[in-house]
Design a protein around this ligand. Structure first.
Ligand SMILES: NC(=O)C1=CN([C@@H]2O[C@H](COP(=O)(O)OP(=O)(O)OC[C@H]3O[C@@H](n4cnc5c(N)ncnc54)[C@H](OP(=O)(O)O)[C@@H]3O)[C@@H](O)[C@H]2O)C=CC1
Ligand SMILES: N[C@@H](CC=O)C(=O)O
Ligand code: NA
Length: 369
C-alpha cells in the first residue's frame, strides 16, 4: 500500500551487464534515498541472471555473490518476455543495458515494443544502421516507451540533453566539435605534452584501460570507432543529418591509430601485450608534432553546413585550449549554433570512468520519475 511518505515502488528496473559501469550503477541505485520509487527486479551478467517480479532483496554487499551463484543461465529473450509480463498500468518497467553487446542492442525495438523503457550507455544500437535506429524510434513512438542514452556520449556530461534542448527550442546547429573519447583524451594528455619525448604510448594505453576508460577491447577506442559512434549518435539528433549515415558509424571518415599488424587481434589482453612492439612509431609522431611546437589530440567534428563528419588525429599549437585545458579523461564538446555564435556553448569534464558513466545512466533513470 502506498502513501505520500512511502511512494509505491512504481518503476521496476532490470539491469543487464554488471562490469565496471553496471556494478557502479547498481551501487548508486541501491544508495538512492529511501523511500525509493525504484525496485530492482532482475540482474544479469553474461553468464547468470535472477528475476523476481516483486523485486530482489539485495544489498551492496550481497548482489555480486548472489548473482555469481544464481542457478539460471542468462536467456535474454526469455528475460524480456518475463519483463513484458510486469508492465501494467501505473507499473513502469525499465531495462538498463550496461553491456557493449550488439545482441542486446538488436533487441531494443522488441523491448520498446513491449512498453519497456530502455536506458543505456551502450552505443551499439543508436550508432548502428539507419534501419535499426529507425526501428528504435518507431517502436518507442508506438508503445510510448522511452529510449534514453545520455551516457553514450561524454559519459555523465550533459551532451545529448544539451543537444536535444538546442534542437527542441528551435536553435540551428552549425557545427559540433571536440574531444569525445575519454581514452584518447587520457592517452594524448599524458603522451603528447609538447615535449619531444615522454612515456611510452603502450604504457599510457595500459593505464587508461586499468582506469576503466577503454572499451572492453581497447582497439575499439584506438581505431577511432568509439568516436565515430559518438559522432553518429549526435548527428542523428540533428534534423538535417538524421538520415546522413545509412551504415551508421562505418560511414564516418575515421583515422585509426591501430597498427595494421594488430587490426585482427581478438582479445584486449593480447592487444595490450603486443602494443609495445609499435612504440617507436608513436614516438616519431610525438616528436614530429613537438618539432612544430604542437601537441597531438584525437578530435571529432560534425559540420552540418558542409555535411562533413570525421574522427581524426590532429596537431594543435601548445597554446590551444585542447593542449592547455584538458586533463585526465576530459571530454570537451563545443556546440556552434545560430544562437551560440560566434562563441560556442562548451561542455567539459571527465568523459569516461565507471562513476561518471553510471551517473549519466542514473540521471536518465531519474527522468522517468
Ligand atoms: N567505461 C566507460 O567509461 C564508459 C562506458 N560506456 C559504455 O558502457 C558499457 C559498459 O562499459 P564497461 O562497464 O566499461 O564495460 P565492461 O566490459 O566492464 O562491462 C560490460 C559487461 O557486460 C557484460 N556482458 C556482455 N554481454 C552481455 C550479455 N549479453 N548479457 C549480460 N551481460 C553481458 C560483460 O560480461 P563478461 O565480462 O562476462 O563478458 C561485462 O561484465 C559499454 O557499452 C561502454 O561503451 C559508455 C561511456 C563511458
Ligand atoms: N571508451 C570510451 C568510454 C566512454 O564512452 C571512452 O574512452 O570515451
Ligand atoms: Na553524456
Amino acid at each position: 500500500m502506498s502513501s505520500a511518505s512511502t511512494p509505491a515502488k512504481s518503476i521496476s528496473v532490470a539491469v543487464v551487464g554488471v562490469g565496471g559501469v553496471g556494478a557502479e550503477f547498481i551501487n548508486q541505485l541501491l544508495a538512492f534515498p529511501q523511500p525509493s520509487p525504484f525496485r530492482i527486479v532482475s540482474l544479469s551478467s553474461s553468464k547468470t541472471h535472477f528475476f523476481h517480479p516483486d523485486g530482489l532483496s539485495i544489498t551492496n554487499d550481497s548482489w555480486r555473490s548472489e548473482l555469481a551463484s544464481a542457478p539460471n543461465k542468462l536467456d535474454f529473450p526469455g528475460l524480456v518476455r518475463e519483463l513484458a509480463g510486469v508492465v501494467a498500468p501505473g507499473q513502469k518497467v525499465v531495462l538498463v543495458d550496461n553491456t557493449s553487446s550488439e545482441d542486446v542492442a538488436a533487441l531494443y525495438p522488441t523491448i520498446l515494443g513491449f512498453g519497456i523503457d530502455v536506458i543505456t550507455p551502450n552505443k551499439k544500437a543508436y550508432s548502428g544502421t539507419l534501419q535499426l535506429y529507425e526501428r528504435i524510434l518507431s517502436s518507442a513512438l508506438e508503445s510510448g516507451a522511452r529510449f534514453l542514452n545520455e551516457a553514450t556520449v561524454g559519459a555523465g556530461l550533459p551532451i545529448i540533453s544539451t543537444l536535444k534542448d538546442l534542437v527542441a527550442t528551435g536553435d540551428k546547429i552549425t557545427k559540433i566539435e571536440g574531444v569525445f573519447s575519454g581514452t584518447m583524451s587520457y592517452i594524448f594528455n599524458n603522451f603528447s605534452t609538447g615535449a619531444a619525448t615522454g612515456p611510452a604510448f603502450s604504457a599510457v594505453v595500459s593505464v587508461a584501460r586499468e582506469k576503466g576508460y577503454t572499451e572492453p577491447h581497447p582497439a575499439d577506442d584506438l581505431n577511432g570507432a568509439d568516436v565515430a559512434r559518438k559522432l553518429t549518435i549526435l548527428s542523428r539528433y540533428i534534423p538535417a543529418l538524421r538520415g546522413a549515415l545509412p551504415d551508421g558509424y562505418k560511414s564516418v571518415a575515421t583515422t585509426s591509430l591501430v597498427p595494421a599488424a594488430l587490426a585482427g587481434v581478438a582479445s584486449g589482453d593480447a592487444f595490450i601485450a603486443q602494443l609495445p612492439a609499435f612504440d617507436a612509431h608513436y614516438d616519431a609522431m610525438r616528436a614530429a608534432a613537438a618539432a612544430e611546437g604542437k601537441v597531438l589530440r584525437f578530435v571529432g567534428v560534425v559540420d552540418v553546413l558542409s555535411g562533413t563528419i570525421k574522427a581524426d588525429l590532429e596537431k594543435y599549437d601548445n597554446t590551444h585550449p585542447f593542449a592547455t585545458s584538458l586533463g585526465g579523461s576530459d571530454n570537451i564538446v563545443m556546440f556552434h549554433t545560430e544562437r551560440y555564435s560566434p562563441r560556442p556553448l562548451i561542455v567539459q569534464g571527465a568523459g569516461a570512468g565507471a562513476a561518471v558513466t553510471a551517473m549519466g545512466v542514473m540521471s536518465d533513470l531519474l527522468k522517468l520519475v
